[in-house]
Design a protein around this ligand. Structure first.
Ligand SMILES: Cc1ncc(COP(=O)(O)O)c(C=O)c1O
Length: 382
């Protein structure tokens, strides 16, 4: 089986580790915590935890995962039981389990683009036909329902997308979610939604799995929980037979999760409101700074409000997206995630959540763009 290069992960991760990277503005996880910070934030007893840790059995944990962690995850949805939760190795583990578990070469899927690459490159590698529906900047990244409807047929196994969207952060309204479900239902198709960034809002953010029995959603500890190193991902699926199929796939991939990872993430989830408040505070503060910056720079544009941890920024200079980001890193030490990772020309994804010396990094981007203009790089008309 052949599979495409995973553009975002293969470009961003090495760039992130590079010594050139002085100002990391390309990530999507809210500023990660140390174990100590987690205990300070939650008020849990660190000494008691360390004593428990010393006695921890390092054998295989339970096949289905730590019961308290599954229950705490189920509690973040409406009408979901612990048994509906499949724990996986990160969100990537959850997404690949769903793709391999569910899709066949004779199916088609509709991929709402931009999308996380697992949701179109894995299906393609299986031989599944992938039909794209693009969210467009000029429409404020709002989904065109008629276009979606026209791409779905009786052979459509699933509609697959991210919500909130990665990289734009655009969020589907409840009536839009219901319309997607109605379109899927008419073809008896699954709705498969990567909800890695769900939950930042103070208001309860509905999940597709609350609304449709043939929805499968994935999420993980990485983004709004600031605990990507714990590699706890999950799938929610209400259908028992499908869950059995997905557990079978997960057995081929990883048998079960990590005993320490599930345990400490379970402990964090007991205090999830405190973690969300921290994440919200960080994102809101950074968003204000980035909004002001975009407003002041006439060559930068942003077309959707973000309900996640990133913006997709459009720039008016005639430089390909990867070159723009590579040169920015070389010249100024600022790392943003280039838009070619999402097939979005003349864009980059910028973090709202993981900024080290954010204002200095933004000033360096301005300086870099000014240099490009002075060097004669053409300005694109909007
Ligand atoms: C939309 C989306 N899905 C999945 C992942 C992978 O998440 P994890 O770190 O939990 O494997 C990412 C990470 O960048 C992401 O942005």
């Amino acid at each position: 089986m052949r599979i495409d290069s995973f553009d975002l992960e293969n470009w961003l991760n090495p760039a992130c580790d590079s010594e050139k990277n002085k100002y990391y503005l390309g990530g999507s996880c809210v500023l990660p915590m140390t174990v100590e910070e987690l205990f300070e934030l939650t008020g849990e007893d660190m000494d008691a935890f360390l004593k428990d840790l010393a006695k921890m059995n390092l054998g295989y944990p339970r096949f289905e995962g730590t019961p308290q962690t599954r229950q705490a995850i189920a509690d973040m949805y409406r009408g979901i039981q612990a048994e509906d939760v499949i724990l996986c190795h990160g969100g990537t583990g959850a997404n690949s389990t769903v793709c391999y578990g569910l899709l066949d070469p004779e199916d088609n899927i509709v991929s709402i683009m931009p999308n996380y690459q697992q949701f179109f490159s894995i299906p393609r590698s299986i031989g599944t036909e992938v039909r794209d529906v693009w969210l467009k900047p000029e429409a404020g990244y709002v989904l065109d329902m008629e276009e979606l409807r026209s791409r779905v047929d009786q052979n459509t196994k699933a509609i697959m997308f991210t919500n909130p969207n990665n990289p734009t952060g655009a969020l589907l309204r409840l009536d839009e979610m219901q319309e997607i479900i109605e379109i899927a239902k008419a073809a008896d198709a699954w709705v498969i939604c990567d909800e890695m960034y769900r939950g930042l809002d103070e208001e309860y953010m509905p999940s597709f799995v609350d609304l449709y029995e043939k929805a499968i959603v994935t999420a993980s500890s990485s983004k709004i929980y600031s605990m990507a190193g714990t590699r706890v991902g999950w799938i929610i699926c209400r259908d028992a037979q499908t869950r059995k199929t997905l557990f079978n796939w997960r057995s081929y991939d990883s048998i079960c999760g990590g005993v320490f990872d599930e345990w400490i993430f379970g402990l964090a989830l007991k205090h999830r409101e405190k973690i969300f408040a921290r994440s919200r505070g960080i994102v809101e503060a950074n968003k204000k700074v980035i909004d002001r910056w975009i407003e002041k720079n006439p060559y930068l544009h942003q077309y959707a409000d973000s309900y996640s941890t990133t913006y997709l920024v459009h720039y008016d200079l005639d430089v390909p997206a990867q070159k723009f980001a590579d040169d920015l890193l070389d010249r100024k030490g600022v790392l943003v995630c280039h838009g070619d990772c999402f097939y979005m020309p003349h864009t980059f994804r910028i973090t709202l959540s993981h900024a080290h010396e954010l204002e200095t990094g933004l000033a360096l981007i301005d300086e870099y763009m000014q240099e490009l203009i002075e060097e004669g790089v053409p300005i694109l008309s909007k």
